[in-house]
Every structure is written in structure tokens, then in C-alpha cells.
Design a protein around this ligand. Structure first.
Ligand SMILES: Cc1cc2nc3c(=O)[nH]c(=O)nc-3n(C[C@H](O)[C@H](O)[C@H](O)COP(=O)(O)OP(=O)(O)OC[C@H]3O[C@@H](n4cnc5c(N)ncnc54)[C@H](O)[C@@H]3O)c2cc1C
Length: 335
């Protein structure tokens, strides 16, 4: 199994009627470093397929020093979320990949505008707690939920507001009272904070409305960060199969250039992670652009692409999580 860590469940907390937090520690006793906003990828047992992999953002803050905490909200008809909510008990172990993701502020001192809906609060809470405890900036959280009973972390947010009255503003949006947030209403809510670094996480229609609103307000796109919650269709725990035909790939990342045999049935991201290269990624489904890199020589094929435009592709940009080699040699840069 590539880079899996065994975690032990040391706490199970019912957050709302349909969301549960799992507190986890590494079985080895090792403390796992992570940045606020990052996620774990858990291997969830399945009688049908052996296992399914699902990612869950860490709702704990690294500075808290306690167990890793993920918060899982039941998805109607979903397999993994319901399995975890129904079966996770203190003492059980679960395999995970190391914390990963790029939905994290460069500086905890920046002034932040955070927008979350439903379970999208998990990475956002981690960023918020970290920024308040370790940074100096001001934070505004706009948090949308179906109704009052669905608000995950209501008490923790109340305590944070009381502890940081001069630096934190929390605005709740309840669908049961105010209706679904629209581009028009979100634009009005966001307008006072257009100078902020923005982090958005929630269901697709919510994120689309917020991204459109920030665009309409002329906010710098590079300062607007989104985290997409999608289910993994592949198995990131599987070993890279070295036995078949392979191309040769040269990869430049963080000032280091390395060369690997690249099995033709393996996507670039899986190869790099299996070889110990800390390549960036998030959704692994071709739906975000966290793993974007550029082909400077050779050709690759993308199995799936929901984000890169025709011009990006023409400039050589590709998604490492979906790229397989076409030519015998390929040169890739992340710089
Ligand atoms: C980076 C990242 C971080 C995340 N963080 C969190 C988090 O903090 N908290 C959280 O709760 N979630 C989080 N997620 C989402 C999580 O990984 C899962 O996608 C979510 O829990 C749903 O998984 P599931 O197995 O329950 O649902 P799935 O089984 O994947 O089903 C999802 C939906 O598809 C439908 N469906 C399934 N199979 C079919 C089919 N064959 N045909 C038609 N419809 C079908 C289901 O009915 C359901 O509505 C995150 C995702 C990512 C990528």
C-alpha cells in the first residue's frame, strides 16, 4: 500500500443529528504534521469492493496539539459517510494517507474572508482557529446551513466570537429563514470585505454563487481559494504497478529535478506520491486544479478534465491526477 498510515479512533463526537467527528491518532505514536485546511484520505471497508477511499478535511487546528479530528456529514444515499457515522467507535483502526491539500493560507496574519456551507465548515474552522490563535489578522466567517439544528460547531464558534470580539465576525445564514443564498445576496454579504484573502467550501451551487459574486465585485481571482468536496472513484491506496510498459518522465518540483519510469496505466500524481515526491493535490478527480503542472516536452493524455480551459491546455498545463503518458519521454514542471 502506498504511504498509508494506520490511525486509531480515540474519540467519536456527535456534532449534529447527521454529522460526527472522529478523533484520530497515529498507531505508531508519531505526530502527523499538517497545515490548517488540509485533509486526510481514509480507507473505508466495503464488502463489495474491499474498500473505498474518501477524503475528510481536518477540523482540528495543528496548534491545538490534540488528536487529528475529521468531521463527517452523512450524504444521503452515500456509502462512505454513512459507514463512518454508523460504524466508527473508539478503539478501531483505519488506514489513511498523510495530510494533504493546498486549501491553506500562506500567512496566518492575513485578513481573511471565510465562506462555508454545511460540512464545508470543517477546513474553514481549522483555518479560522489557527489564524485567530497564531496570526494577527481579522477574520469574517459567513456560514450557511439548512436550519439551526444543522449548524456544526455552533458552540465552538460562539466561544471563538467571545474570545476574539475585535478580530472575528461570524454571520450565520439559515436557509429555513433566509432562503437559499443567491449571487445577489452573497454579493451584498461579501461587499464589505473585498480586500480580504478568501476561502470557500461547501456544496457546488453555494461555491458557484460565491465565486461569481467575488468575480462581480472585481476581487483578485488568485486570492479566492475553493475546496471541492467530491468522492474518489479510484484507489489511491493501491501500489503502482511497475510490471507493464513505461515511459520516462523528468519532473521539476521545488527546485529539484527527478526522473522516473512512468507506467503507462498510472496517472502522474500516483506515480510521484508512490516515489515519495510531495506533489500537490486535492480532489484527485480532475475537478479542481490543485495538482496542475506543465508539460514542457512530450505529450500526455488527461483521463478527465473539468477545470482546464482550451487555452490552458494549449499552454501545456495538465492535471497530474489525470495525466498518463503518450510519448516515450515527457518533461514536466511545477515551477
Ligand atoms: C478534499 C476533500 C475534503 C473533504 N472533506 C469533507 C469533510 O470534511 N466532511 C465531509 O462530510 N465530507 C468531506 N468531503 C466529501 C467526502 O470525501 C465524500 O465525498 C462524502 O462524504 C460523500 O461520500 P459517500 O461515500 O458518503 O457518498 P458516495 O457513495 O460517494 O455518494 C455520493 C452521492 O452520489 C450518489 N451516488 C452514489 N453512487 C451513485 C450511482 N451509481 N449513481 C447515481 N448516484 C450515485 C449517492 O446517492 C450520493 O448522493 C471531502 C472531499 C474532498 C475531496
Amino acid at each position: 500500500m502506498s504511504g498509508a498510515i494506520t490511525l486509531r479512533v480515540v474519540g467519536v463526537v456527535a456534532e449534529t443529528h447527521d454529522a460526527v467527528s472522529l478523533e484520530l491518532v497515529a498507531e505508531s505514536g508519531q505526530r502527523l504534521p499538517y497545515r490548517p485546511g488540509q485533509f486526510l484520505t481514509l480507507r473505508i471497508p466495503s464488502a463489495q469492493t474491499g474498500s473505498v477511499a474518501r477524503s475528510y478535511s481536518l477540523s482540528s487546528g495543528p496548534h491545538e496539539g490534540g488528536p487529528l479530528k475529521v468531521t463527517v456529514k452523512r450524504t444521503e444515499g452515500g456509502y462512505g459517510s454513512n459507514w463512518l457515522c454508523d460504524n466508527a467507535v473508539v478503539g478501531m483502526t483505519i488506514d489513511s494517507l498523510s495530510p494533504a491539500g493546498i486549501f491553506t493560507p500562506d500567512s496566518l496574519d492575513a485578513d481573511l474572508l471565510l465562506l462555508a456551507a454545511g460540512s464545508g465548515i470543517t477546513p474553514v474552522l481549522s483555518i479560522l482557529k489557527s489564524a485567530l490563535a497564531q496570526g494577527a489578522g481579522r477574520c469574517t466567517l459567513i456560514y450557511a446551513n439548512r436550519d439551526e439544528n444543522s449548524v456544526i460547531f455552533a458552540d465552538e464558534l460562539k466561544s471563538l466570537t467571545a474570545a476574539y470580539p475585535d478580530r472575528l465576525v461570524v454571520l450565520h445564514w439559515l436557509e429555513s429563514v433566509q432562503g437559499l443564498p443567491s449571487v445577489r445576496t452573497v454579493t451584498a454579504l461579501v461587499a464589505p470585505w473585498t480586500d480580504r484573502e478568501v476561502f470557500i467550501c461547501g456544496p457546488v451551487p453555494f461555491m458557484d454563487a460565491v465565486v461569481t459574486a467575488t468575480g462581480d465585485l472585481g476581487m483578485d481571482r488568485t486570492r479566492v481559494h475553493v475546496e471541492k468536496f467530491v468522492s474518489l472513484s479510484g484507489d489511491p491506496f493501491a501500489e503502482v504497478d511497475d510490471t507493464g510498459d513505461a515511459a520516462l518522465v523528468e519532473v521539476e518540483l521545488d527546485g529539484t529535478t527527478t526522473e522516473f519510469a512512468w507506467p503507462r496505466n498510472t496517472v502522474l500524481l500516483d506515480l510521484l506520491l508512490a516515489r515519495g515526491v510531495e506533489a500537490p493535490y486535492s480532489c484527485r478527480e480532475g475537478a479542481c486544479s490543485a495538482c496542475v503542472c506543465r508539460v514542457v516536452d512530450g505529450e500526455v493524455k488527461l483521463l478527465r478534465n473539468e477545470v482546464l480551459e482550451r487555452e490552458d491546455l494549449a499552454d501545456g498545463y495538465v492535471l497530474a491526477c489525470q495525466a498518463v503518458p503518450v510519448t516515450d519521454t515527457v518533461r514536466i514542471t511545477y515551477e
